[in-house]
Design a protein around this ligand. Structure first.
Ligand code: SF4
Length: 694
């Protein structure tokens, strides 16, 4: 005997959630609005835990918790519970919630609501309450009169309705010439899957065991479906199996309603195990593949499937004679523009299996994965002449020294496997390959083998080409006199290294500033960007010299701007020479007060009247921009003496008047005698060979 278990045994998502919410400790008595699920075993178990079902909120004692079951509840009952101040825990299944939302929106928009389902089912009653009990209940396969004359009709289904019957009635709605009709397939996915599997198994098996309660709508539907194909038995416990006669070579299928508890299922399986020692127990979909032969439906398997139906959630497909599957909206298209209307019934699709049963018991497929492969193959035809392409690295292959095989990276481009040798990843050999896994590389093909579907590709080729192009541009632009922007990378005792477009250039210490400085860091900060002028570029040697000071104002220009010819200022004596004294005009710029311009009296030795550090009032007499010389005069700031005031030439106190004033001394008129000797010659002549100190 072979026993085949459905992939969808056990509670559905909605039931599991509602039971978990009811069993939670709220610190108060818990009641459920109606029996939480249609299974007397679970209802009794909940009662043992102190969770009781009530028919109306007014039966619930104050301060208690009222759990709204997965079917939902009529809106006025929820309002009543709220009015009584009961704590409401909403365990309405999200699939039921979706239907209620659709009904609310469409009813507000003036649609007549049609609900395909059982008039007396609590879920239908709850949905009907949303539209003020104005819904037309469709419980057969004909369209009620009331809908034929309605302007706009919105058709929804009870989540556990028969998918096949709903498809039939929905087709009639579209064909009967209703003015406007919007159809929402709100049958929950689990229900559809269980029904489809029941149909499939019952065609394959000799007997079907349907586990669940007779009160459960979805369980009864499963039995109804199975009975069309073989003998079907509704059972709640192992005890009921005793009544059934099994044959040694029977193929027995086991399905379960969404509210059938795990205990019932285990009990049934154990009974079969204990009583039929030859029985083998397999999960149906894993045992039967698309061809009806034994074998697993493995991940990555490519196959052609047929569309059964499509809605906003995705596409339900038949993947062969034995089972159906699901392509989610995300797995339907490459560009994310999924539209259910693009997938009419019976459309054939090429898909890839995403693996055996997932957590929710559904077999998943991807159309996108196949489209990706097709797109990849198209790309291969566009890269045969060295065109660039992008590839995500799937894995790294370490170098196998024993086999003398080099390591590298692997990825897929359509049906082709792309190998990037470690030596072709960067300009330098890459030994640590792991960081590249998952990264996208820009590549060119070096070799394409269509037979073995292998491509050898290189990123290095692109990097080398780009570096050379960059170099061309760099050397074309880096010519003397051009201003470039660069980031200071490091500073050494002979200059600063600056990166310009990724190339290292040098600013020599002599080209950093016009004025004296203690450290280059005082002027150029590491990590900061500055403008520089290119002084020299030698492509052969790969050296570029930059200047920073050249882009700064020369202190001489600052000096003559601040102190034009004729202006008077007070400056410090910086040095004394036999022919005169140098006075600071601006930091780094000095002017000369020739001995003949030092005083309005005769001066023999300038050091008699000035010493370094003295402050002297001077007038700018002349500026020689070409030779960067500034001629100053202290005498010009003093009143001209009458001949009789001029001191005698020798032995006179020759301090300038300003100086004397500072010293508190009185000019001795008897000594004041002026004569034009060699020392008083026009100083421009005398200075012409002198450099101004900078
Ligand atoms: S059968 Fe579907 S709609 Fe009903 S509770 Fe389960 S998941 Fe929700």
């Amino acid at each position: 005997m072979k026993i085949y278990r459905s992939a969808h045994l056990g509670f559905c998502y909605g039931v599991r959630r509602s039971v978990a919410l009811a069993e939670k400790d709220y610190g108060a008595p818990v009641y459920t609005y109606g029996e939480l699920i249609h299974n007397s075993r679970i209802v009794s178990a909940l009662e043992c835990k102190g969770v009781y079902a009530v028919g109306s909120p007014d039966e619930v004692p104050e301060g208690s918790v009222l759990v709204i079951r997965s079917h939902g509840a009529p809106v006025e009952k929820i309002a009543e519970a709220e009015k009584r101040g009961l704590r409401i825990v909403d365990a309405t299944c999200p699939f039921v919630g979706r239907t209620r939302k659709i009904v609310a929106e469409k009813f507000a928009a003036g649609y007549t609501i049609a609900v395909f389902g059982k008039r007396d089912h609590p879920e239908v009653a709850g949905i009907n309450s949303i539209c003020g009990y104005n819904a037309v209940i469709v419980d057969g396969e004909t369209i009620p009169e009331a809908l034929l004359t309605a302007e706009k009709v919105c058709l929804v289904a009870q989540t556990t309705a028969s998918a096949k019957k709903f498809a039939n009635i929905a087709e009639k709605f579209t064909k009967e010439g209703l003015k406007t009709v919007e159809i929402f397939d709100t049958i929950c996915y689990t229900t559809q899957e269980r029904q489809r599997e029941a149909d499939l198994m019952s065609r394959f098996c000799d007997k079907m065991l349907v586990i669940g309660d007779a009160k459960s709508s979805n369980t009864l539907k499963l039995k109804e479906i199975c009975e069309r194909n073989c003998a079907a038995y509704l059972i709640c416990s192992a005890e009921e199996l005793k009544e059934i006669k099994f044959n040694a070579d029977d193929k027995i299928g086991i399905v379960a309603g969404a509210s059938a508890p795990e205990e019932s299922i285990t009990e049934v399986l154990q009974y079969m195990d204990n009583n039929y020692t030859e029985a083998t127990n397999e999960e149906f979909l894993q045992a039967v593949d698309a061809d009806g032969t034994s074998g697993k439906l493995s991940s990555g398997k490519k196959m052609t499937v047929k569309v059964i139906s499509a809605d906003d959630k995705g596409i339900i497909v038949n993947f062969g004679a034995k089972a159906d599957g699901f392509i989610s909206a995300e797995e339907a298209t490459l560009d994310g523009t999924y539209n259910p209307a693009d997938y009419p019934k019976d459309t054939e699709l090429e898909v890839k299996c995403l693996g055996n049963k997932t957590e929710d018991g559904v077999y998943r497929f991807s159309k996108k994965a196949i489209d990706e492969i097709k797109e990849g193959d198209k790309v291969v035809d566009t890269i045969r002449n060295g065109e660039e392409f992008e590839l995500k690295v799937d894995r790294a292959v370490e170098r196998d020294a024993a086999k003398k095989k080099g390591g590298g990276l692997l990825g897929k481009l359509g049906t082709y496997t792309v190998f990037i040798p470690a030596s072709q990843i960067k300009e330098r050999y890459v030994s640590d390959l792991k960081p590249y896994v998952g990264k996208t590389l820009r590549l060119v093909s070096l070799e394409i083998n269509d037979e073995s579907k292998r491509i050898v590709a290189s990123q290095k080729v692109i990097l080398v080409r780009e570096r050379k192009e960059k170099e061309e541009i760099f050397w074309a632009n880096v010519v003397p006199g051009v201003i470039v922007s660069g980031k200071v990378k490091s500073i050494s005792k002979f200059g600063a290294f600056v990166s310009v477009d990724g190339y290292d250039c040098l600013v020599h210490i002599g080209d950093v500033s016009w004025v004296k400085f203690k450290s280059i860091e005082d002027i150029l900060k590491v990590g900061k960007k500055y403008d520089f002028v290119v002084l020299k570029a030698d492509r052969e040697k790969g050296k570029v010299s930059l200047g920073y000071k050249q882009l700064q104002k020369h202190p001489f220009d600052v000096a003559i701007e601040n102190h034009p010819v004729g202006s008077v200022f007070t400056g410090k004596v910086t040095s004394i020479m036999p022919f005169g004294a140098f006075v600071e005009v601006e930091p780094g710029v000095e002017g000369l007060v020739h001995v003949s311009e030092a005083s309005n009296t005769y001066v023999k030795n300038i050091s008699d009247i000035y010493k370094v550090g003295d402050e002297v009032e001077v007038k700018v007499l002349a500026v020689d921009s070409e030779n960067k010389r500034i001629t100053l005069s202290a005498k010009a700031c003093m009143p001209e003496l009458a001949p009789e005031e001029k001191p005698a030439r020798a032995g006179r106190d020759s301090k300038p008047r300003a100086q004397k004033r500072r010293d508190g001394e009185q000019r001795d008129s008897a000594d004041a005698e002026w004569s034009e000797d060699a020392g008083n010659n026009p100083f421009a002549d005398l200075l012409k060979d002198l450099e101004v100190k900078k």
